[in-house]
Design a protein around this ligand. Structure first.
Ligand code: SF4
Ligand code: SF4
Length: 130
């Protein structure tokens, strides 16, 4: 194989790119996404670190809570100088886990209060349960 044929992407990176429609290798790690992310305090990996893990093929990223904490606010996408839609990458990581049968919440353990807005409940189910 000629050097030009070598694809540096891991299987996981290819899957994330397929699901998200994003080019992970467009990211040059400037950190603009992470510095503007309103949920970064709750994350164990910052948004740019999630992308770096994927670029390097580190599957540990699948165990990160960051994709579940991401609120899909799109601040990162607006700030990114390379037009990377980080929220779509987070969604792709969630989808990979959910399709693998790994729900993020246990439905049986959920207690719904009378004043829980139905929309919030349904939205959470769509995000956390496959
Ligand atoms: S803002 Fe864009 S280019 Fe910069 S680290 Fe985030 S995803 Fe990568
Ligand atoms: S979409 Fe997610 S990762 Fe991007 S800024 Fe909002 S919470 Fe952070």
């Amino acid at each position: 194989m000629a050097n030009g044929d070598i694809n540096p992407r891991s299987e996981l990176a290819l899957k994330v790119e397929e699901l998200s429609g994003q080019n992970l290798f467009a990211c040059y790690q400037c950190g603009e996404c992470s510095s503007g992310c309103p949920m970064s305090q709750e994350m164990d990996l910052l948004p740019n670190q999630v992308i770096r893990y994927l670029q390097l093929g580190f599957e540990e990223v699948l165990g990160s809570k960051t994709p579940w904490v991401c609120s899909s606010c799109l601040t990162c996408m607006v700030r990114c100088p390379k037009d990377v839609d980080v929220a779509k990458i987070m969604e792709a990581l969630r989808v990979i886990k959910l399709r693998d049968g790994q729900n993020h919440v246990d439905l049986k353990a959920i207690r719904v209060e009378d004043d829980t807005p139905p929309l919030a409940f349904i939205s959470a189910l769509r995000k956390y349960v496959g």
